[in-house]
Design a protein around this ligand. Sequence first.
Ligand SMILES: *Cc1c(COP(=O)(O)O)cnc(C)c1O
Length: 370
Amino acid sequence: MSLTDETARRMAMLLHHRKATLAQGDPVIPPIVASATFHLPSVQSGGQFYGRNGNPTWDAVEVQLSILEDAEAVSFPSGMAAISAALFATLKAGDRLVIPSDGYYVTRVLSEGFLKPLGIGVQPLPTASYGTADFTGVAVVYLETPSNPGLDVVDIATVAARAKAAGATVIADNTTMTPLLQRPLDLGCDLVVAADTKAPAGHSDVLFGHVAGREPALMQRVRDWRRMSGAIPGPFEAFLTHRGIETLDVRLERMCASAAIIAERLAAHAAVRNVRYPGLPGDPSHWAVGRQMANGGFLIGFELDDAGAAEGFLARCPLVEQSTSFGGTHSAAERRARWGDAVAEGFIRLSVGVEPVDVLWQAIDTALTA
Ligand SMILES: *Cc1c(COP(=O)(O)O)cnc(C)c1O
């Protein structure tokens, strides 16, 4: 999947991040530290002191994430907890926020339902319009690329430069790509947020999230938000996420290579219309592949005739789980219009898993043709 040399080096480093700290007899794998309190005879010395402020198992994941992001990383119990932290750390009454009208819908609902009543102007904008939008007077430009579920893209470097010239803070939701495939901080964004629930943890058995950034004052606000709101990850969840991240590169390599093959075959299938996959040469997002995205990713959008055809396909295909969310080892798909996304009734978002690709395609083809 053509990692840059630098990203490959980071992946190898994170697999051995504990080595330099280990003494004879220490566990190689980070222990699950299930303690709310820590021995504290004096408040002067360093170290852990209370479970809402810090926990050694979070520290282990945060070291992995900070190696991947090349930035300070703060972990959260879900992607939405991370997104909330980034928004509450950067916005105040009277500010204007630009968010994608076609991105992850809970971000929009959070903004409309909780930020707007606090006096923040919320301006939804289609992802495809970020490139030409006027950001004058905007405090925070929040972008998601490729957007979930439409897979439209933002030219991150250009939009970040224009937003920052207008005085805005730029936050990027990098969930659909992960820091291995796309690097918004390198392209000028101030903060990255992500749902590590998806590909990084990768086994659909834990929710997790993080915020990363390179500006210490901004990251201190994010850290303070976690401590004061109490939105803290559990140590067991941190352990599972740490374990998942160790194989992120290997899983992504399979998932993205399979997605490229399946997208091509879907595009040639008589029952399928309007395939969206940034890796396909004709796709409106294709220009970004090789420029800001290492490859086309593992998400594919496509349309069947109508809701019935889509539901029938999903029910028939034995190798595609019918579930929401994406990025897990099992291929999974759903009809997004059931959530009210602005997509065709027969639109399916498919997250390609690690199944051997020819077996997976056989199952998809059979279920499409039945
Ligand atoms: C899933 C997702 C989130 C939210 O993550 P949770 O862990 O479910 O809270 C945020 N943004 C995007 C793009 C997502 O796909």
